[in-house]
Design a protein around this ligand. Structure first.
Ligand SMILES: Cc1cc2nc3c(=O)[nH]c(=O)nc-3n(C[C@H](O)[C@H](O)[C@H](O)COP(=O)(O)OP(=O)(O)OC[C@H]3O[C@@H](n4cnc5c(N)ncnc54)[C@H](O)[C@@H]3O)c2cc1C
Length: 334
């Protein structure tokens, strides 16, 4: 049975460490508990927000007026099925990526090494098609199990027994979406089309490999991150890297950095450097001094400061390059 709490500060549940309280808050560690939470929201006419590891969100200073449903970590729920060289691993959406990378290495399974060091849950990663070092979730996902909360009308809440669900035939509402129907793209998927699409588990397609090699690759990736990634409270890359049609800008980027544009994309961080915003501060929030696409909370930062800083960045980049930056970070409660 889930416990509904009230006025819970959301800042500690995010990597940005910013944001006001959730009016209602609960943690769920199974599909049954998720349904219970959704029923609570429906019966009390509350909006809901599904929270994973909180590593890709900015919560408003006023918090969230509805019910925040935190999908809890539970490694024991991973199920493995071997199919010759291929291994399918079904994991609960709340599973931490870090735990999964460790779990795969321990089971001699390769295919997730690129994800070593990315914070957050597998559910959040599938929704945003998280990626690094040229690979992404789309390369590892066999299928995704979802619940569409917009059609949960057949779940009946037993008012007499308060938190007990009478009719659990929601199983018929759980759908499996195979990889090609997930519409994975650069930091996007079909699951971003509606907040009612809740990922309950992700089925990964991994390959048999050598434990020592898998561990070494994962370690190397973590090392690269530690060397390159700014320290401090952030939500990772703040903006998506834009695809740039203007050849002159692409050429300027390639000449300045010695790097090649991939799929016409230019790193948002480079554009932000070019407008002279490295280290730019608003209140207790700052563009990292060595990475233009990392907005850092120096401690005590406000969501409002982040929004002002992001608006200034977008305006300057548009003025200088005629490029419209789009946030990768999801805004909650605005
Ligand atoms: C230091 C740092 C480094 C990072 N590096 C990378 C990187 O290299 N590559 C990369 O792609 N990202 C990176 N990120 C961003 C972030 O870690 C990923 O986007 C991560 O996959 C988000 O998962 P989460 O569980 O934290 O999602 P959250 O932040 O909790 O949620 C993000 C969005 O997903 C939704 N969501 C979460 N779980 C579910 C679910 N089960 N069903 C439906 N919707 C759900 C939420 O409602 C929200 O809209 C980094 C972040 C940090 C702080």
């Amino acid at each position: 049975m889930i416990k509904i709490q009230q006025n819970i500060s959301l800042a500690p549940y995010t990597t940005f460490k910013i944001g006001g309280p959730a009016r209602f808050f609960c943690e769920v560690k199974s599909e049954d508990e998720l349904m219970e939470a959704l029923n609570y929201a429906r019966n009390n006419k509350l909006e809901f927000f599904v929270l994973g590891g909180g590593s890709n969100i900015l919560v408003s200073d006023d918090g969230f007026k509805g019910l925040v449903i935190k999908i809890k970590n539970q490694i024991s729920k991973c199920k493995m099925t071997m199919q010759s060289e291929k291994c399918l691993v079904e994991c609960w959406a709340g599973e931490n990526l870090a735990n999964l990378v460790k779990f795969s290495a321990e089971n001699n399974l390769s295919g997730l090494e690129w994800a070593a060091g990315i914070p957050g849950t597998i559910g959040g990663a599938a929704r945003g098609n998280a990626g690094a070092f040229g690979l992404c979730m789309a390369d590892a996902v066999e299928s995704v199990k979802i619940f569409n909360a917009s059609d949960n009308s057949n779940i009946i809440y037993d008012e007499n027994q308060k938190s007990k669900i009478k009719n659990q035939n929601y199983n018929s509402k759980l759908k499996i979406i195979d990889n090609k129907n997930c519409k994975f793209g650069y930091r996007t998927s079909t699951f971003k089309e509606s907040n009612n699409l809740i990922i309950t588990s992700v089925i990964l397609r991994l390959q048999k490999g050598d434990k020592a090699e898998i561990e070494a690759k994962a370690k190397e990736n973590i090392k690269k991150r530690v060397e390159k990634q700014p320290k401090g409270f952030s939500a990772g890359s703040f903006f998506k890297n834009p695809a740039v049609k203007n050849e002159e800008i692409r050429r300027q980027f390639e000449t300045d950095t010695g790097l090649k544009c991939k799929d016409d994309k230019i790193p948002a961080g480079w554009l932000i450097e070019e407008i002279g915003f490295l280290g730019k501060k608003v209140g207790r929030v700052q563009v990292s001094e060595n990475h233009g696409n990392f907005v850092i909370n120096l401690g005590g930062g406000k969501a409002e400061d982040v929004v002002i800083l992001a608006s200034l960045i977008k305006q300057k980049v548009r003025e200088k390059f005629h490029i419209q930056l789009i946030e990768e970070v999801q805004f909650v409660g605005f």
